[in-house]
Design a binder for this molecule. Structure first.
Ligand SMILES: [Zn+2]
Length: 232
């Protein structure tokens, strides 16, 4: 039985040593066997980033079974990223239910640019999620952006990065923002660019960690995390 687990990325904003090429290659191999979701949540000026991984019954106790995809990914992450760790978020903790009112699905084409957490800065409350999984011979990607009532149209932010977008009906916004561990997105389009992880960015500085490979064509949500996890 597959247990989907939520993992918080701790310490990444201060880190700088990333083996980009090996990480992107490892992520591609991972997604061939198991889906992967990278996610950043913003509440006011603070951001936190998470991964959703398929895992096993032992993930939360650090007693993974042999071959557990989450354990394999943690090993990859630890060997490629210095100064950041993955911490499991045990249920009933999970991503906070935040006051999102608008949302957009997005899917890539060959001109699409990778997303990073600075995308969220125009809103007081926002969440961006990118989901990868394998369909047949392809690694496919899709994205979901949820935002509060302030700030610009979420579709315009994604269009600027050359993603195709579709406005999310309000009942879907409600469904997605109430999920403590978000489910995978229901569709995907072949992803030709290097895979990437999103990490928190500080408001007044350049992101010091951009986890993305420089090599092209590697085809192939936080306050419960506890409400106390992020300042209100
Ligand atoms: Zn496990």
């Amino acid at each position: 039985m597959i247990h989907r687990t939520l993992w918080r990325i701790d310490g990444a904003a201060e880190s700088s040593a990333v083996d980009h090429e090996r990480l992107a290659a490892g992520m591609r191999l991972h997604v061939i066997h198991s889906p992967l979701t990278t996610l950043t949540m913003q509440i006011d000026a603070q951001q936190r980033s998470y991964l959703v991984l398929d895992g096993c019954v032992g993930c939360l106790r650090d007693q993974c079974r042999v071959g557990c995809p989450a354990a394999l990914f943690r090993r990859l992450f630890q060997s490629c990223v210095t100064g950041a760790t993955l911490t499991a978020v045990p249920p009933p903790q999970g991503l906070a239910c935040r006051p999102y009112t608008r949302g957009s699905f997005a899917w890539p084409d060959t001109h699409t640019q990778p997303l990073d957490s600075t995308l969220l800065r125009p809103w007081a409350d926002a969440r961006i999620m990118v989901h990868w999984r394998r369909y047949g011979a392809h690694i496919c990607g899709s994205a979901l952006l949820l935002v509060s009532a302030d700030g610009p149209d979420p579709m315009s932010a994604l269009r600027e990065c050359n993603w195709h977008v579709l406005a999310l009906p309000s009942r879907m916004v409600t469904r997605w923002h109430q999920a403590a561990t978000p489910s995978g997105l229901p569709f995907g389009v072949p992803w030709q660019q290097p895979l990437f992880l999103m990490v928190p960015t500080c408001p007044d500085s350049e992101p010091s960690l951009q986890i993305a490979s420089s090599r092209a064509n590697q085809s192939p949500d936080g306050a419960p995390v506890s409400q106390e996890d992020m300042p209100q």
